[in-house]
Design a protein. Structure first.
Length: 131
């Protein structure tokens, strides 16, 4: 991901290994936050697995806080989706599992385990009344 400050672009995040996924990003524009699922292995920790991180999207890179690790122990994370209204996130991994957690990373639950080959996840809120 590249951010331009004036005429000089600055690298915000990068990976060192080539994988089918890399890093997945989901933006929370109302909260000015970015959620990322580290699936590129660049900062893979064998004790923690892949991680879900959250960081601010404010403009001044010198004052920006470092991203925080919200969740860990994913086996090759492959999908992330946010339910901003419900303050939840949903995740999938190549091990075939589907997880949910609160937006702050607490209350992680395994919803489905192993479901075969998963390639991502999406969240859509159904209308309360069908026409």
């Amino acid at each position: 991901m590249i951010e331009s400050e004036g005429s000089k672009p600055r690298r915000l995040m990068s990976g060192s290994k080539a994988t089918p996924v890399g890093r997945l990003f989901v933006l929370d524009l109302s909260g000015s936050r970015v959620f990322s699922l580290n699936a590129d292995g660049s900062d893979f920790d064998p004790l923690r697995g892949n991680t879900v991180n959250r960081g601010p999207m404010d403009g001044d890179l010198r004052k920006r806080q470092a991203p925080e690790i919200l969740l860990s122990y994913f086996r090759e994370g492959i999908g992330i989706a946010l339910d901003l209204k419900g303050e939840r996130m949903f995740l999938t991994d190549l091990g075939g599992s589907v997880y949910s957690a609160k937006g702050n990373g607490s209350d992680k639950n395994t919803l489905l385990y192993p479901q075969g080959s998963l390639t991502g996840i999406a969240y859509a809120e159904a209308p309360s009344k069908l026409v």
